[in-house]
Ligand binder design. Structure first.
Ligand SMILES: [Zn+2]
Length: 203
Protein backbone atom coordinates (compact mmCIF):
# COMPACT_ATOMS: atom_id res chain seq x y z
CA UNK A 1 0.00 0.00 0.00
CA UNK A 2 2.77 2.43 1.06
CA UNK A 3 4.85 1.39 -1.96
CA UNK A 4 1.87 1.88 -4.27
CA UNK A 5 1.47 5.42 -2.96
CA UNK A 6 5.15 6.11 -3.53
CA UNK A 7 4.93 4.88 -7.12
CA UNK A 8 1.83 6.92 -7.76
CA UNK A 9 3.52 10.08 -6.45
CA UNK A 10 6.57 9.37 -8.58
CA UNK A 11 4.46 8.76 -11.70
CA UNK A 12 2.34 11.86 -11.18
CA UNK A 13 5.42 14.02 -10.53
CA UNK A 14 7.01 12.73 -13.75
CA UNK A 15 3.71 13.15 -15.63
CA UNK A 16 3.67 16.87 -14.71
CA UNK A 17 7.22 17.29 -16.05
CA UNK A 18 6.63 15.25 -19.22
CA UNK A 19 3.31 16.97 -19.95
CA UNK A 20 4.92 20.43 -19.56
CA UNK A 21 7.80 19.53 -21.90
CA UNK A 22 5.46 17.95 -24.49
CA UNK A 23 3.22 21.01 -24.30
CA UNK A 24 6.19 23.27 -24.97
CA UNK A 25 7.20 21.16 -27.97
CA UNK A 26 3.67 21.39 -29.33
CA UNK A 27 3.75 25.14 -28.83
CA UNK A 28 7.02 25.37 -30.70
CA UNK A 29 6.10 23.14 -33.63
CA UNK A 30 2.35 23.77 -33.95
CA UNK A 31 1.35 24.54 -37.53
CA UNK A 32 -1.12 27.33 -36.99
CA UNK A 33 -1.68 30.00 -34.35
CA UNK A 34 -4.94 28.41 -33.20
CA UNK A 35 -3.39 24.92 -33.06
CA UNK A 36 -0.58 26.26 -30.86
CA UNK A 37 -3.04 28.13 -28.61
CA UNK A 38 -5.28 25.07 -28.12
CA UNK A 39 -2.28 22.83 -27.43
CA UNK A 40 -0.86 25.31 -24.94
CA UNK A 41 -4.20 25.71 -23.18
CA UNK A 42 -4.77 21.95 -22.93
CA UNK A 43 -1.29 21.62 -21.44
CA UNK A 44 -2.14 24.26 -18.81
CA UNK A 45 -5.36 22.40 -17.99
CA UNK A 46 -3.68 18.98 -17.77
CA UNK A 47 -0.81 20.27 -15.62
CA UNK A 48 -3.41 21.96 -13.36
CA UNK A 49 -5.43 18.73 -13.07
CA UNK A 50 -2.30 16.65 -12.39
CA UNK A 51 -1.14 19.17 -9.77
CA UNK A 52 -4.34 18.73 -7.76
CA UNK A 53 -4.34 14.94 -8.32
CA UNK A 54 -0.88 14.78 -6.74
CA UNK A 55 -2.03 16.95 -3.82
CA UNK A 56 -4.93 14.52 -3.24
CA UNK A 57 -2.54 11.53 -3.38
CA UNK A 58 -0.12 13.25 -0.96
CA UNK A 59 -3.03 13.88 1.41
CA UNK A 60 -3.91 10.17 1.22
CA UNK A 61 -7.51 10.96 0.30
CA UNK A 62 -9.56 8.85 -2.13
CA UNK A 63 -9.15 10.14 -5.69
CA UNK A 64 -12.71 9.20 -6.72
CA UNK A 65 -14.21 11.40 -3.99
CA UNK A 66 -11.98 14.27 -5.06
CA UNK A 67 -12.51 14.20 -8.81
CA UNK A 68 -14.59 17.40 -8.56
CA UNK A 69 -11.62 19.34 -7.24
CA UNK A 70 -9.26 17.78 -9.81
CA UNK A 71 -11.68 18.85 -12.54
CA UNK A 72 -12.06 22.34 -11.00
CA UNK A 73 -8.28 22.80 -11.00
CA UNK A 74 -8.14 21.49 -14.60
CA UNK A 75 -10.83 23.96 -15.76
CA UNK A 76 -9.53 26.94 -13.80
CA UNK A 77 -5.98 26.46 -15.12
CA UNK A 78 -7.47 26.57 -18.62
CA UNK A 79 -9.95 29.44 -18.09
CA UNK A 80 -7.17 31.82 -16.97
CA UNK A 81 -6.30 32.32 -20.65
CA UNK A 82 -9.78 33.70 -21.36
CA UNK A 83 -8.44 37.04 -20.11
CA UNK A 84 -6.47 37.29 -23.40
CA UNK A 85 -9.80 37.51 -25.25
CA UNK A 86 -11.29 39.87 -22.66
CA UNK A 87 -8.28 42.21 -22.90
CA UNK A 88 -8.31 42.02 -26.72
CA UNK A 89 -12.11 42.53 -26.80
CA UNK A 90 -12.10 40.03 -29.62
CA UNK A 91 -12.61 36.30 -30.12
CA UNK A 92 -9.94 36.18 -32.82
CA UNK A 93 -6.93 34.15 -31.75
CA UNK A 94 -4.52 36.55 -33.47
CA UNK A 95 -5.83 39.53 -31.46
CA UNK A 96 -5.79 37.51 -28.24
CA UNK A 97 -2.18 36.41 -28.69
CA UNK A 98 -0.85 39.81 -29.81
CA UNK A 99 -1.64 42.01 -26.85
CA UNK A 100 0.44 45.08 -25.94
CA UNK A 101 0.65 44.00 -22.29
CA UNK A 102 -0.13 40.91 -20.26
CA UNK A 103 -3.82 40.40 -19.40
CA UNK A 104 -4.99 40.81 -15.79
CA UNK A 105 -5.41 37.14 -14.77
CA UNK A 106 -1.73 36.63 -15.58
CA UNK A 107 -0.73 38.84 -12.66
CA UNK A 108 0.45 36.52 -9.85
CA UNK A 109 -0.67 39.07 -7.25
CA UNK A 110 -4.30 38.15 -8.19
CA UNK A 111 -4.25 34.51 -6.94
CA UNK A 112 -2.23 35.51 -3.86
CA UNK A 113 -4.81 38.18 -2.94
CA UNK A 114 -7.69 35.76 -3.72
CA UNK A 115 -6.04 33.06 -1.61
CA UNK A 116 -5.61 35.44 1.37
CA UNK A 117 -9.22 36.63 0.96
CA UNK A 118 -10.64 33.10 0.83
CA UNK A 119 -8.53 31.97 3.82
CA UNK A 120 -9.74 35.02 5.76
CA UNK A 121 -13.38 34.30 4.82
CA UNK A 122 -13.03 30.61 5.64
CA UNK A 123 -11.64 31.50 9.08
CA UNK A 124 -14.40 34.05 9.66
CA UNK A 125 -17.23 31.75 8.62
CA UNK A 126 -15.54 28.47 9.67
CA UNK A 127 -16.04 27.18 6.16
CA UNK A 128 -13.86 24.27 5.00
CA UNK A 129 -15.30 24.74 1.46
CA UNK A 130 -13.96 28.29 1.21
CA UNK A 131 -10.61 27.11 2.51
CA UNK A 132 -10.58 24.26 0.01
CA UNK A 133 -11.44 26.74 -2.79
CA UNK A 134 -8.56 29.00 -1.76
CA UNK A 135 -6.06 26.15 -2.34
CA UNK A 136 -7.62 25.08 -5.65
CA UNK A 137 -7.36 28.69 -6.88
CA UNK A 138 -3.74 28.95 -5.76
CA UNK A 139 -2.77 25.59 -7.33
CA UNK A 140 -4.41 26.29 -10.70
CA UNK A 141 -3.10 29.84 -11.04
CA UNK A 142 0.43 29.07 -9.88
CA UNK A 143 0.77 26.05 -12.18
CA UNK A 144 -0.39 28.23 -15.09
CA UNK A 145 1.77 31.24 -14.18
CA UNK A 146 4.92 29.16 -13.65
CA UNK A 147 4.43 27.61 -17.13
CA UNK A 148 3.95 31.01 -18.71
CA UNK A 149 6.82 32.32 -16.56
CA UNK A 150 9.46 30.53 -18.59
CA UNK A 151 8.58 32.80 -21.52
CA UNK A 152 7.73 36.04 -19.77
CA UNK A 153 8.66 35.79 -16.08
CA UNK A 154 6.28 36.11 -13.15
CA UNK A 155 4.32 39.35 -13.05
CA UNK A 156 3.58 40.80 -9.61
CA UNK A 157 1.57 43.88 -10.50
CA UNK A 158 1.94 46.70 -9.50
CA UNK A 159 5.53 45.86 -8.48
CA UNK A 160 6.83 44.49 -11.80
CA UNK A 161 7.98 41.22 -13.31
CA UNK A 162 10.77 38.77 -12.66
CA UNK A 163 13.05 37.61 -15.47
CA UNK A 164 11.85 34.59 -17.45
CA UNK A 165 12.22 31.43 -15.34
CA UNK A 166 15.08 29.26 -16.71
CA UNK A 167 13.62 26.27 -18.57
CA UNK A 168 14.61 23.41 -16.26
CA UNK A 169 13.87 25.46 -13.17
CA UNK A 170 10.34 26.02 -14.50
CA UNK A 171 9.85 22.27 -15.17
CA UNK A 172 11.16 21.44 -11.66
CA UNK A 173 8.94 24.12 -10.09
CA UNK A 174 5.88 22.66 -11.84
CA UNK A 175 6.81 19.20 -10.59
CA UNK A 176 7.38 20.34 -7.00
CA UNK A 177 4.49 22.80 -6.75
CA UNK A 178 2.08 20.13 -5.39
CA UNK A 179 4.58 19.23 -2.64
CA UNK A 180 5.06 22.90 -1.71
CA UNK A 181 1.30 23.51 -1.60
CA UNK A 182 0.68 20.32 0.38
CA UNK A 183 3.32 21.44 2.89
CA UNK A 184 1.71 24.90 3.16
CA UNK A 185 -1.73 23.32 3.61
CA UNK A 186 -0.39 21.23 6.47
CA UNK A 187 1.26 24.27 8.06
CA UNK A 188 -2.05 26.09 7.89
CA UNK A 189 -4.01 23.18 9.39
CA UNK A 190 -1.39 22.88 12.14
CA UNK A 191 -1.67 26.63 12.90
CA UNK A 192 -5.45 26.29 13.09
CA UNK A 193 -5.19 23.32 15.45
CA UNK A 194 -2.80 25.26 17.71
CA UNK A 195 -5.41 27.99 17.87
CA UNK A 196 -7.90 25.37 19.08
CA UNK A 197 -9.94 25.99 15.98
CA UNK A 198 -10.63 22.52 14.74
CA UNK A 199 -11.43 22.91 11.05
CA UNK A 200 -9.77 20.31 8.90
CA UNK A 201 -9.31 20.71 5.19
CA UNK A 202 -11.10 17.82 3.59
CA UNK A 203 -9.67 17.81 0.12
ZN1 LIG B 1 -1.49 32.02 -19.89
Amino acid sequence: MWREGLWLRFLLTCAIGVCSILGDLGLKHGKSESERAVFDNMTHATVGGLTWTLIVVLSQKPLIRNMNSVFSCFLLASFIDLDHFIAARSWHIHDATHLQKRPFLHCTTVPIVLWILFIFLSNTFHSPILEHTSWVILASFLSHHIRDGTRRGLWFCPFGSTRPIPYYLYVSLCMFLPYILYWLMNLHTFAQKSNNNITFIDI
